[in-house]
Design a protein around this ligand. Structure first.
Ligand code: PHE
Length: 359
């Protein structure tokens, strides 16, 4: 064999290889071609094996002939590999394509607790009349929960509130300056009235929502832990008429326009006169049913003109200002809104119950 025919064999190998590489349909086929030609026992190896048959003076030229052939084949494989790789990726993308125009699967968004939702609705309605929400603590002093509200220690009206007394909380910032405070869990949100009057000057229009506690036997309509919303308005020109108009607007916004309402005489030591505010029964529309004790009416809150003693305890001059206050049971209002029969459902944390309310 001479160097010329050696070169011819290399050239034939190159041409065949380039065409096979171009014909490889996918990456696997290309890998086969690569092994067949460049592999350890491949065609290039076997052509090179013919080197021994060359005359000795021709052998040094072999490298100069073979290297460009090898490089040409390698670069053809590389190019083809890129082309096939991109095509494979595109095929995969087509096959795995997501239709982003399909409607998604909906997920429950979570919702407010029904008590919270009712508190917000109450705040929204009174907010339209300029009432703002303020906070008042659940751990309270006897002085604010009772004394400042015109309920002295020996007063029989204390029997209205079965009270849970507690150890003094540590680090409580607000122990009043007077004698050693007696601590309790507030039995109503009314101490919030005193705090609001002491914190600001009239005119005052506030709501204080929150938890209250009484030493109660728990049943379907009584919890030892329950919710109230207190309202207080103090100004130079407030009357029972203002109170009635405001409560009517509230009852109509909450329970439907046109629902009849009434005031009944009531008693609270911190208001004078005092009333119970009733709405016509939302179950029987007044004809009388078990839900309203066959009376046709349901009491939704207690109210009255703020007692002058209470105004004075709040640092307000009763000669110049009057005001009214009201306190409603948030649990009861929520039960009426959603026809819930058992107050215990609110704090039982049963998700099947809680998920039933609008988000
Ligand atoms: N604090 C009273 C109660 O818990 C309700 C009330 C509030 C009555 C404000 C009159 C004025 O029963």
């Amino acid at each position: 064999m001479d160097i010329g025919s050696f070169q011819g064999r290399l050239e034939a190998l190159r041409v065949g290889a380039i065409s096979d590489i171009g014909a490889a349909a996918d990456l696997d086929a290309l890998a086969d071609v690569e092994t067949r030609i460049l592999g350890r026992k491949g065609e290039l190896k076997s052509v090179m094996g013919g080197i021994g048959a060359l005359p000795a003076e021709d052998r040094p030229k072999v490298g100069a002939l073979a290297n460009p052939v090898r490089e040409a084949i390698e670069s053809a494989i590389e190019t083809r590999r890129e082309v096939l790789g991109t095509a494979a990726l595109e095929m995969r993308l087509l096959a795995e394509r997501e239709d982003v125009t399909l409607p998604g699967r909906s997920l429950w968004r979570g919702g407010l607790h029904p008590i919270r939702e009712t508190e917000r609705e109450i705040a929204r309605i009174f907010g339209q009349f300029g009432f703002v929400v303020v906070e008042s603590p659940e751990v309270e002093t006897d002085a604010l929960n009772f004394e400042a509200l015109n309920i002295p220690a020996d007063h029989p009206a204390r029997d209205l509130w079965d009270t849970i007394y507690v150890q003094p909380p540590t680090g409580t910032p607000e122990a009043p300056p007077d004698e050693e405070p007696r601590w309790l869990l507030r039995t109503h949100t009314s101490p919030g009235q005193i705090r609001a009057m002491r914190a600001t000057e009239p005119p005052i229009r506030i709501l204080t929502p929150g938890r209250c506690y009484r030493y109660e036997a728990v049943d379907a309509s009584h919890g030892f832990e329950f919710f109230q919303v207190e309202g207080l308005m103090v100004d130079e020109d407030t009357s029972m008429g203002t109170l009635r108009g405001l409560l009517d607007a509230f009852a109509h916004a909450m329970f439907g326009a046109g629902r009849p309402t009434r005031f009944r005489p009531g008693y609270y030591p911190f208001t004078e006169p005092s009333v119970a505010f009733d709405i016509q029964c939302v179950v029987c529309d007044g004809s009388g049913c078990p839900a309203c004790g066959r009376s046709g009416w349901m009491t939704i809150l207690g109210a009255g003109m703020v007692h002058p003693v209470v105004l004075r305890n709040g640092g307000i001059d009763p000669e110049r200002y009057q005001g009214f206050a009201f306190g409603m049971g948030t649990d009861r209002i929520t039960m009426l809104r959603y026809a819930i029969r058992d107050i215990r459902a609110f704090l039982a944390n049963d998700l099947r119950f809680l998920e039933g309310f609008p988000a």
